[in-house]
Design a protein around this ligand. Sequence first.
Ligand code: GRF
Length: 193
Amino acid sequence: MAILIGSNKVRTAVFISGSGSNLKSLIKFSKTRQSPISVDLIISNNPKAKGLNYAKIFKIKKKVYNFKNKSLDESRLLSTLKRQKIDMICLAGFMKILTKNFIKKFKGKILNIHPSLLPKYKGLNTHQRALKNNEKYSGCTVHFVNSKLDSGKIIIQKKIKISKNDTKVSLARKILTQEHKIYPKAILKVFSL
Ligand code: GRF
């Protein structure tokens, strides 16, 4: 992907809608020497997203766009990304679907994390569906974003065993712990490609 010149890290925006635990893990990773990225901007569609608190804690710029008028908000967002010289986007629990036009502008530079072993269980309620189908395994996937939902090229996956007494809550918790590990790994992999 991008070539790192000197010690300059690739300026990255993380998009969130909720608690932002993946955001936190990405910020922590970005501060390590081996990280090719720096987290310079946090974007949310939800002004109440708990994860926005990390902007204050880690002194990172944040912006909220509610996406009610998607094309208008996306064009404002694109201007912000340009102004902040953002070159990479990590979606981390971001609950809005970006338009084809937006994705084209950051072609090959948007990653997403999804709590299932894609291509299984694209979309919402992944854990519930995996349990209902009596799956023995589930997991998480980091992939490139293309214009089809949860369908871009897979970068990395982590498989976990579903135990008999797992509920959608316990499964989500188990998988989230793994998500925090594989997102940084996926970024390292992307930059070594
Ligand atoms: C994660 O499970 C992620 O895979 C999914 O939404 C959840 C976000 O969690 N897309 P958090 O906001 O990073 O804590």
